[in-house]
Write a protein that binds this ligand. Structure first.
Ligand code: KPL
Length: 317
């Protein structure tokens, strides 16, 4: 049976290609220009050895689609709509993996899946935290921009979704991805949110690659955002020492040095960004506990301003 990848951006396309390479039947659901290019020329993944894959590509998930599993790889701002569409098209729940950045992903997806008709969505839709760097090149073409890993909760800590977690660990490992089951998964969600809060808005507003934050002039700004995000994490019950958070930030910036962050890519393509689910959530979580995070608040405003500017500009078709 088929694995549906719902969300044909850079990450979804790369995951789809990896699954095809290991012999899986895959259906990728994405934007019309990407789908047309894949139908005409296949899906090309650039990297040390460029490869082109043939797979089914659709602009919509057809009602009654028979799927073994779903990778829900849309961006956070599309999550609610896509999860509702998924539940309507595939009414009997199937193992579903959520790959979004940011905070509050699982509750949003579970509520939307329930609204679409799924029962017990928390048992079927599980979150991964990944650091697989992928870059959008053009319709039909993405770039694998380095190595990364996919973290999943330890099945024993999530008894209701243990079978689904084991299924995805197997599926993604077979696809050649580095998969690791981690205890205290919520803490890993925060760890990634801290890294994203430091890297994404700074690279997006300065138009620089992730590696620039290791020693470029933008580093101080990223570290200030990291410190504020750490404060929000502590308020939410997840303590990270300064040393640990800076180490995480540097590790990711180094491993993805040549990558343009997803937020930068979104701004460049005139698309909405994930600022709300990353820095926006961090500001809201702190504010709900009476703490103001001025640097983060300011950069959220700045990214919103730039998004309004670019998304109101004429879009390439
Ligand atoms: O998650 C990422 C993103 O761009 O959204 C990182 C890890 C920062 C890689 O660019």
């Amino acid at each position: 049976m088929t694995v549906v990848v719902l969300g044909g951006g850079a990450v979804g396309s790369l995951f789809a290609a990896r699954l095809v390479r290991c012999g899986r039947s895959v259906e990728l659901v994405g934007r019309a220009d990407h789908v047309a290019a894949i139908r005409a020329n296949g899906l090309t993944v650039l990297g040390p050895t460029p490869e082109t894959f043939r797979l089914r590509a659709e602009t919509e998930l057809a009602a009654g689609t028979e799927a073994e599993a779903v990778l829900l790889t849309v961006k956070t701002f599309d999550l609610e709509r896509a999860a509702t569409e998924l539940a309507r098209a595939i009414p009997r729940p199937v193992p579903t993996l959520l790959t979004q950045n940011g905070l509050g992903i699982e509750p949003t997806a579970h509520a939307a899946l329930a609204a679409g008709g799924w029962t017990a969505p928390a048992a079927w839709a599980v979150r991964a935290v990944h650091s697989v760097p992928a870059t959008w090149v053009r319709p039909g073409v993405v770039r694998a921009a380095g190595e990364g890993e996919v973290l999943l909760p330890v099945p024993e800590e999530r008894p209701e979704s243990a079978a689904v977690l084991r299924f995805f660990a197997r599926l993604l490992t077979d696809a050649g991805l580095l998969v690791r089951a981690v205890p205290r998964f919520e803490r890993e969600v925060w760890r990634k949110a801290l890294v994203n809060a430091a890297i994404n808005p700074v690279t997006a507003t300065h138009g620089v690659e992730n590696g620039r934050l290791l020693e470029g002039p933008e580093r101080a700004e990223a570290l200030a955002l990291l410190a504020e995000a750490r404060r929000a994490a502590a308020l939410a019950g997840h303590d990270f020492s300064e040393e640990e958070s800076v180490r995480d930030f540097e590790r990711v910036a180094r491993a993805t040095a040549a990558n343009r962050s997803s937020m930068l890519q979104d701004l460049e393509r005139g698309r909405p960004t994930e600022i709300e689910s990353i820095s926006g959530e961090i500001v809201r979580i702190a504010a709900a506990r009476g703490v103001d995070l001025p640097r983060t608040r300011a950069i959220v405003e700045e990214v919103r301003r730039r998004t309004r500017r670019t998304t109101s500009a004429p879009q390439p078709s």
